[in-house]
Design a protein around this ligand. Structure first.
Ligand code: ADP
Ligand code: MG
Length: 283
């Protein structure tokens, strides 16, 4: 008899954001950051929140991180309502100063493992070394962050977060402050890392091209306050498709979905500048 092992389809989303409204209240006024935003993220998704500056992307990550309670709607991680920060949701930011400068690269990656009690020293070290190897920084384990380039610091921050094996890795425009070539390289490395580790990624960007390269699914958010405009599949695009015609067509389509009835607050994809007669087709 042959035993057939079939994995049950895992249809429950790991992260469920349901009709979430976010606001900031000051003495003088109330700023609505998002309006009725809903989306589901499944295990091993590379889910991208895409929209212009000020549409509430960072606010959504803060809310998912447990730092900003929704005024209405709910956020559930693995079925549990998010009410506070936790080590199952770790964030990588745009800023290069997210690493304590007095700790070496290795100590930086070990620190959350030790501080959270997730691992003892020996295991923390092994995990940290494993993930430093994955981001290509083994040779720099004993270096201090100030000796590292922006790209290297972001690699440390990624290794540090992944070493904690979060249920979802939150990345808020992590490559936005890097030069264009380093940014492209980091996108490529992130995809290679995902291929190997298959973590669940929630990635924020205001770049259409970055969303298409990094994401398997993209949620398009309107300008302020952010509302869901559309959700599109983008798993067919990888780094090598960048600039290809299908890629550019989709980028154009996204641009129209985002801005057709709004003032454009972000630059159109490159093709619009270099190919002014580009014709948008549906699909
Ligand atoms: P994004 O990340 O898409 O650029 P944000 O989530 O940072 O957008 O901001 C969404 C809206 O909320 C903006 O109008 C912004 O000015 C406002 N906002 C963000 N943080 C605060 C805050 N701490 N206090 C008041 N308003 C804020
Ligand atoms: Mg932001």
């Amino acid at each position: 008899m042959t035993l057939k092992i079939q994995s049950a389809p895992n249809v429950a989303p790991i992260l469920r954001v349901d009709t979430v409204n976010l606001e900031y209240r000051t003495h003088h006024r109330v700023v609505r950051a998002t309006h009725d935003v809903s989306f589901d993220v499944f295990t091993a998704d590379r889910f991208v929140l895409l929209g212009p500056s000020g549409c509430g992307k960072s606010s959504l990550l803060k809310a998912i991180g447990g730092f900003l309670p929704p005024i209405s709607g709910s956020i559930k991680l693995a079925g549990e309502t998010v009410t506070q920060p936790g080590p199952d949701r770790l964030m990588v930011f745009q800023e290069f100063d997210q690493l304590p400068p007095w700790k070496t690269v290795l100590e930086n990656v070990m620190f959350p493992l030790l501080a959270s009690g997730k691992a003892r020293r020996k295991e923390a070290r092994e995990r940290a070394e494993y993930f430093l190897d994955k981001v290509g920084l083994t040779a720099f384990a004993d270096a201090y962050p100030h000796t590292q380039s922006g790209g290297m610091k972001q690699r440390v921050a990624i290794a540090r977060a992944l070493a904690m094996e979060p249920k979802v890795l939150l990345m808020d425009e992590p490559f936005a402050a890097l030069d264009a070539l380093t940014r492209r390289k980091m996108q490529e490395e992130l995809l290679a890392l995902w291929d190997e580790v298959r973590f669940t990624l929630l990635f924020v960007t205001h770049s259409i091209e970055e969303a298409l390269v990094v994401g398997s699914r993209i949620l398009l958010l309107s300008p302020h306050p952010g509302r869901v405009r559309a959700e599109i599949n983008s798993h067919q695009f990888g780094i090598s498709d960048f600039g290809g015609s299908a890629f550019q067509q989709t980028a154009q389509r996204i641009h129209h979905l985002l801005f057709d009835d709004a003032d454009s607050a972000i630059a159109p994809p490159l093709s619009a500048a270099v190919k002014p007669r580009f014709k948008v087709v549906g699909g």
